[in-house]
Design a protein around this ligand. Structure first.
Ligand SMILES: NC(=O)c1ccc[n+]([C@@H]2O[C@H](COP(=O)([O-])OP(=O)(O)OC[C@H]3O[C@@H](n4cnc5c(N)ncnc54)[C@H](OP(=O)(O)O)[C@@H]3O)[C@@H](O)[C@H]2O)c1
Length: 268
């Protein structure tokens, strides 16, 4: 049974890329709303610390863990299978809230970016996201067909796109190309899965300060100038709150696309 303060009680959220940034804060926020969690990223020690923090801060009524960890590459088939089947820990056939978040940036355009990093970026941002959308989408459709809709509850698949997957970025058009692809995949999945009672939501953030900028290799001077011109930039928790808002709507209400920018970010 859900309560006003714990609207996600009884739901299990799978979050990829939960060791830092948006994924980390989304885990904290969804845990605070009552969800149990499956946490994925490659840095296992960080996930174990986060799972412990969640269990301490939001103990479950029967003292089972609030969160379990499936460490590894989010584009690896076996890891994806393990993530989805980890809902067994919470006596659920599948996670009913999946956040396709693991990803990385890359400074530069198709002409100037570091080509040696293209494969890893495309594997994580596009192939990994596509595989999870496919497998989680099928599992969520099966879940919804096994129970009455809307009384049976909501099922959510949330995909992290970007404002640079909607407008061409002068700073990172090669990275942006992966997010343009994710944008179209999410909308295609929404059209297929919405009629089956599954909400597929595209979240497109503007600039969020996280580990992302360092991993992408942005030039500190020019990106720093942009950050200070549009400051304050977003925090990961700003995105997490929006994810919480979307998932706590009644099953028949769907905010399918959400663009969140720092107020002073004019472009992209
Ligand atoms: N920050 C922004 O300005 C911004 C704007 C728009 C969209 N986004 C998108 O939002 C998502 C999260 O970004 P963020 O800002 O939170 O970045 P972040 O702080 O760098 O976090 C990225 C997360 O993804 C994980 N990750 C990376 N590659 C992975 C892989 N192959 N398998 C599993 N986990 C992997 C990282 O953990 P490990 O290293 O431990 O694996 C980390 O937990 C990304 O999809 C990004 O493209 C970010």
């Amino acid at each position: 049974m859900t309560t006003i303060n714990q609207p996600l009680q009884g739901r299990t959220a799978l979050i990829t890329g939960a060791s830092a940034g948006i994924g980390y804060d989304t885990a904290l926020h969804l845990g605070s709303l009552g969800a149990t969690l499956i946490l994925n990223a490659r840095r296992e020690s960080r996930l174990i610390e986060l799972a412990q923090r969640l269990s301490d801060q939001y103990p479950t009524s029967d003292s089972t863990p609030r969160a379990v960890v499936v460490a590894g590459d989010a584009s690896d088939d076996q890891i994806i299978d393990q993530m989805l089947s980890a809902s067994e820990h919470f006596n659920q056939q599948t996670p009913d809230l999946v956040v396709v978040n693991a990803g990385r940036g890359l400074a530069g355009s198709v002409l100037t970016s570091d080509e040696s990093q293209w494969e890893e970026m495309i594997r994580t941002n596009l192939l990994g996201a596509s595989k999870l959308i496919r497998r989680a989408g099928n599992a969520l459709a099966d879940l919804q067909s096994s129970r009455d809709w809307p009384q049976g509850g909501a099922a959510d698949l949330l995909v992290l796109g970007s404002t640079v997957g909607r407008h061409i970025s002068p700073f990172s058009s090669m990275y942006g190309a992966t997010k343009f692809a994710v944008n179209s995949l999410a909308e295609a999945a929404r059209r297929e899965l919405g009629p089956k009672g599954v909400r597929v939501t595209l979240i497109e953030p503007g600039i969020v300060e996280s580990e992302f900028q360092g991993v992408a290799g942005y030039d500190e001077k020019s990106f720093g100038d942009l950050m200070s011109r549009v400051s304050p930039v977003l925090t990961p928790m700003d995105i997490a709150r929006s994810i919480g808002f979307i998932c706590t709507q009644p099953p028949g209400v769907h905010c399918s696309d959400i663009v969140i920018r720092p107020t002073r970010q004019d472009y992209p």
